[in-house]
Design a protein around this ligand. Sequence first.
Ligand code: UGA
Length: 472
Amino acid sequence: MNIAVIGSGYVGLVAGACFAELGHDVILVDNDPAKYAALAAGACPIHEAHLPELLERHRGKRLSFADQMLAPVRASRAVFIAVGTPPTVEGEADLSYVELVARGIAAAVNEYKIVVGKSTVPVYTSEWVRRVMLLNGAPGDLFDVASNPEFLREGSAVLDFLYPDRIVIGANTLTATNLLREIYRPLVDGSYYRRPDAIAGPAGARIPPPFIATSTKAAELIKYASNAFLAMKISFINAVSTICESVGADVDQVRKGIGADTRIGSGFLHPGIGYGGSCFPKDLSAYRAVARECGYDFRLLEEVMRINDEQRQRFLRKVRGALWTLKGKRVGVLGLAFKGGTDDVRESPAIAIVEALRTEGCEIRAFDPAAAGRARDVLGDKGIAYVGSAYEAVQGADAVLLLTEWPEFRELDFARVRQAVHYPIVIDGRNLLDPETMRRHGFTYLSMGRPEVAPGGESAGTTAPVAAEARR
Ligand code: UGA
């Protein structure tokens, strides 16, 4: 099928490349001249596993690029809207880009098309898109508007697209539902997974994925409610981890016990410095705003956000507890991205923590396997050295702070790290490292909701001043 995807951010670019992978002819449209030029020249603007391979495979064949939408929309049966919906100052989703695109599509409609929302949007957006298109002269019988929310995670976006837990289609007509089923047919009938050149899937992938057809409003709500629920799980375990610290229990044991209940599940129960990224923080505020507008005060979401903010403060208290005064102290920072596997630093808790430490006078040496460039764009160079390896970051450090769950940090040579640091203190904001390994290597090791360990002792427990301070 001929498909146009408007907007080539994370969602648009991944969706466009994956639609081409499923056998469709795709034109990716972006009106940002720099982005368009980079894509047309063969670059892959984001750090995303498998994406360079897919772009390479389909560029110039099933995948082409454009900086104007008129011709691509005319040439396509399906038009996906994947433009940004940034938060307004009130925390609502700013839908002005969506509206702009809807007007552009209306001007181009020449024969029947399905217009599909892929951006994360509030309930009623599909109806608004339809209304805007009608107001701008698109004949009502020549288009349907549908919602097809995306559940991809940065870092595993391509696999999430090709091996989804579910495909959700919100459409109010049979024609629209059938067209969308046709677009996803290679996944839904399993034929993609039998192809010898298919991208290999993750263990335990649901093959074929269920195809869930709903109304447009239900699909829009599924997206927000899913993200809110996942964020709630993270805040829940973070709150539990605070109690674990108070009573000296290990949150790892607690979360294993909770997660073994299949009704709860073990996913998204990893405590840490809180969730970040371009989705959860923005979507929670937007969902709360949507609920308020519908007459419901969704206070649970406010508490989820409050707990999330508190995690950063909790971590900073641990650093202060371990180092006493911060002015002039050197900290080695491991990780700046909002999570492992991505170069994205938007709403990254690591960035907020580094900023706070800099304000308190720390000298920072930071390493991230992918996100240093983007972090520097946000933080600048004052007081921060961006170095090329974890070992350089920890050199002479008064404390090592682990802020992003990059798996390679687990594989570090901790004997070498121990030699490099000034004080052997590691504060792990992601519970990535094994406490016993750290103790064996002679570190005082603090993490989130797990008993502190100190060299020579099983657990620093309540006796070490560092530990006692950290618990405040
Ligand atoms: C999230 C959702 O997981 C996707 O399903 C959704 O499609 C996407 O938002 C979106 O709306 O576009 P993403 O933001 O890429 O995906 O990242 P996640 O893997 O969900 O992680 C979000 C944050 O939560 C990260 O900062 C991560 O470190 C943190 N996290 C995650 C935890 O602190 N604990 C956990 O157990 C899991």
